[in-house]
Design a protein around this ligand. Structure first.
Ligand code: LLP
Length: 414
């Protein structure tokens, strides 16, 4: 049994939305996002890693649910401001491993705290804006992820300040009179409890070193990385247990600094993945030797995760009622002129099949758990305009991004 979709995304509702707005179409459920935000209330600050889903209406919804925001580019800072987050305080934090010129000017102008992933960033920020608020993102020397592409720790990772360079980073903070807010770690996406416990302990060690170097700090961040059950049988993260691990690390760190510390969490996927589906229409059905292909009008330019990581997304079919018969081993693929444009594939790009009811042209394919790293990773490959996005909120639904046009693509090329 595939995990049920959010109650508001019933087959008849999805069919009606596809008819109204066309396909491919992203459909988000507001109630799911609010529910996930509420489930993390134990943490002092929940900061949404907006790279997972940066639509301004989703950001606004999260802001109204009490969630702060992380931005990783100038564009994401401007999106956060457009969603009503206030500059200057701790609403928005900018996290990166480098500062390009335009972004440096933007963080200075809007006084956005910077979570620095390199000492060069501290030097550049310090020169431009002495006294600026900073976090230090530390690479603790180990990491973990659902794919090696989402592991952000260890010596093969470009992310964060290497743990042995913490002293040098603290010296740069002092040299420039920067204001240290806290220490941050994000070791990857799709991590397990063993690694999570290890991160908490590593954090305590870093806090010790920071205090020994004569610095004070106010907060620690556990980063993101919480997974969701994409596959049948995948466990759902036990938030109370996870909080307990970090709370214990925080308490220990508090005895080191001698005062209370704010505990932040920075999830992306956990807050939004299960809120959305990608709808696509079946446009062709054909066989190639032993394989049965169902071709739909969405491709990896919409949802890149299967092609990029071999990621698994549950799928269901809303049938028009004309096909008969039991489940069939089916390869689900898109329209792109690229062999890797297959939604059913493994991490090495091997073509896999999925058991689906027999599909005919006109049926609607529903790709589940597409709210995180779906629309935000879309591209215009094959000159395909970005798909529309719809937000369902109870009985109401509204377009939160209209479909891009080819004319808009061409307009950039004058
Ligand atoms: N904080 C930092 C500094 C990050 O780099 C990320 C994700 C997060 C938080 C949020 O991670 P999450 O809670 O969503 O796992 N495109 C990949 C995921 C790449 C994540 C990049 N950084 C995917 O589709 O699985």
């Amino acid at each position: 049994m595939t995990k049920p979709l959010p109650a508001a995304l019933s087959p008849t509702r999805l069919q009606a939305l596809a008819a109204e707005y066309g396909t491919p179409l992203w459909v988000y459920d507001a109630a799911t996002i609010r529910d996930r935000a509420a489930s993390l209330k134990r943490f002092d600050v929940v900061r949404f890693a907006q790279k997972a889903c940066s639509n301004v209406h989703i950001l606004r919804l999260l802001r109204e649910a009490g969630v702060k925001v992380d931005s990783v580019s100038r564009g994401e800072i401007l999106r956060a401001l457009a969603a009503g987050y206030t500059p200057g305080g701790d609403d928005i934090v900018f996290t990166a491993d480098l500062l390009d010129h335009a972004t440096l000017a933007t963080v200075v102008e809007h006084r956005i705290p910077v979570n620095a992933g390199s000492i060069d960033m501290l030097d550049q920020l310090g020169a431009a804006s002495p006294g600026h608020a900073v976090w230090l993102r530390i690479n603790p020397g180990f990491g973990h992820g659902h794919s090696h592409k989402t592991n952000t720790g260890g010596e093969h990772s470009k992310h964060g300040i290497w743990h042995a360079d913490l002293g040098a980073a603290l010296a740069a903070v002092r040299r420039h009179g920067l204001q240290l807010v806290g220490l941050h770690m994000h070791i990857g996406s799709g991590v397990d409890y063993a690694h999570l416990a290890q991160v908490g302990q590593a954090m305590v060690g870093l806090v010790r070193e920071t205090v020994a170097a004569g610095h004070d700090l106010h907060a620690i961040s556990a980063g993101g990385g919480l997974s969701i059950p994409y596959r049948e049988g995948d466990a759902r993260i036990d938030v109370a247990h996870y909080f307990g691990l970090w709370d214990a690390a925080r308490r220990e760190a508090e005895t080191v600094v001698g005062h209370a510390l704010t505990l932040e969490l920075e999830p992306g996927r956990y807050l939004v993945a299960e809120s959305a589906v990608l709808l696509a229409e079946v446009r062709a059905v054909k066989n190639a030797g032993a394989n049965r292909f169902v071709l739909v009008d969405a491709g990896f330019n919409e949802l890149m995760r299967p092609a990029m990581y071999g990621a698994f997304h549950a799928m269901s079919l809303i049938s028009t009622g004309s096909a008969e018969g039991g489940l069939q081993a089916t390869v689900v693929a898109g329209p792109l002129c690229e062999s890797g444009d297959v939604f059913t594939q493994g991490p090495g790009g091997e073509v896999l099949t999925r058991e689906l009811p027999p599909a005919v042209v006109g049926d609607l394919l529903v790709i589940h758990d597409a709210g995180a790293y779906g629309a935000s990773m879309s591209s215009n490959y094959n000159s395909r305009p970005l798909a529309a996005e719809v937000l369902v909120d109870g009985e109401r639904s509204r377009l939160i991004r209209r479909r891009q046009t080819v004319e808009e693509l061409l307009a950039l090329e004058v």
